[in-house]
Design a protein around this ligand. Structure first.
Ligand code: PEP
Ligand code: MN
Length: 337
């Protein structure tokens, strides 16, 4: 249920409504729009329906959000959310690009890749320190040491860093080192992990599960918002289909679909969608044209020696060429990159 306040409702009226709702046992979330304030209520819907909320001063109307996700919905917040991380804004006019290796391997190569992707226009460095590998015998990541290398490159280059957390016990540790906490596709429905990062102060990059519908994806985001963390970036990274010529199938339609259903920014990972570096540039262009707010791309200076996902990693020079080709597409849809 959401309470829409009338334009110009007084702060005292708003405070009164919130106080009253809290006394009745509801959790309240406030969305301040340019014209209107909306108060989201989480709690017993049946009880809510019996309350004469529309009689309260300052209330314009009460709406029931029929969808299973509330706080992530456009009904709750009509205006686009712009997530702030350091000096970067995700969800605004500028399309934001994160790039870097699949996994953090060593300090020197990370710095080398960081400098290259920055030169090409990336503003965020990606790199996994905790790696979700399909095989338990594959390289699992450097753990905290990897996070330290990310922080080192962050200081040297001024790039922000994003890295994945896989375990509730590591959330505080990862949060200490990174600017954006990533939840990987395989953990999209790890509800305890979602609740834990919902309590974090840093923005969350939530990747769509391999077999998740858009509705399930948005419900996972709802878990994070319901704990108070509204800084969530959604990432379409390809889904499993019958098609096996690519690693996954990039669901380009998810971009406009999510944008119509939710206020949260949407970025695209063309690397895990394609699985092959040759297709990454075309998928990136499609993503930008379809309205993505950003990209997260795997880049490695020696893909053949990469400890993971070398086959889908772009060389720095290919990444740089792609960034140039994306510019006119961004301009065509009145954005910048
Ligand atoms: C990653 O981005 O490092 C990753 C493992 O991707 P995904 O969770 O989308 O498979
Ligand atoms: Mn990878």
């Amino acid at each position: 249920m959401i309470i829409v306040l009338r334009p110009g409702a007084k702060t005292t009226e708003k405070k009164h409504i919130i106080k009253k709702m809290k006394e009745m046992g509801f959790q309240t979330m406030v969305s301040e729009g340019l014209e209107r304030t909306i108060i989201g209520l989480i709690g017993e819907e049946d009880l809510l329906r019996t309350l004469p909320i529309e009689a309260m001063p300052g209330v314009e109307r009460v709406m029931q959000v029929l969808k299973p996700y509330k706080l992530v919905s456009r009904e709750f917040k009509p205006a686009d959310t712009v997530v702030k991380a350091g000096n970067v804004r995700i969800g605004g006019k500028k399309i934001v690009v994160a790039a870097g290796p699949c996994a953090v391997e060593d300090k020197d190569s990370l710095l080398h890749i960081g400098k290259e992707v920055k030169k090409a226009g990336a503003v965020i460095l990606r790199g996994g320190a905790f790696k979700p590998r399909s095989s338990p015998y594959a390289f699992q990541g450097l753990g905290e040491e990897g996070l330290k290398y990310l922080q080192y490159v962050r200081e040297k280059t001024g790039l922000l860093v994003v890295s994945e957390v896989m375990d509730t016990r590591d959330v505080a540790l990862v949060e200490d080192y990174v600017d954006i906490i990533q939840i990987g596709a395989r953990n999209m429905q790890n509800f305890n992990l979602l609740k834990e990062v919902g309590l974090a102060k840093k923005p969350i990059l939530l990747k769509r599960g391999l077999m998740a519908t858009v509705k399930e994806f948005l419900m996972s985001a709802e878990y994070i918002l319901s704990q108070g963390n509204f800084n969530v970036i959604l990432c379409e990274r390809g889904i499993r289909t019958f098609e096996d010529s690519t690693r996954n199938t990039l669901d380009v339609s998810a971009i406009p679909v999510i944008k119509s259903l939710s206020h949260l920014p949407v970025i695209v990972d063309p690397s895990h969608a394609a699985g092959k570096w040759e297709y990454v540039s075309a998928l990136s262009k499609a993503a930008v044209a379809a309205g993505a707010d950003g990209l997260i791309v795997e880049v490695h200076h020696k893909p053949e020696d990469a400890m993971s996902d070398g086959e889908q990693s772009l060389l720095p020079k290919t990444f740089s060429a792609m960034m140039k080709e994306l510019k006119p597409i961004a301009v065509a849809i009145k954005r910048t990159i």
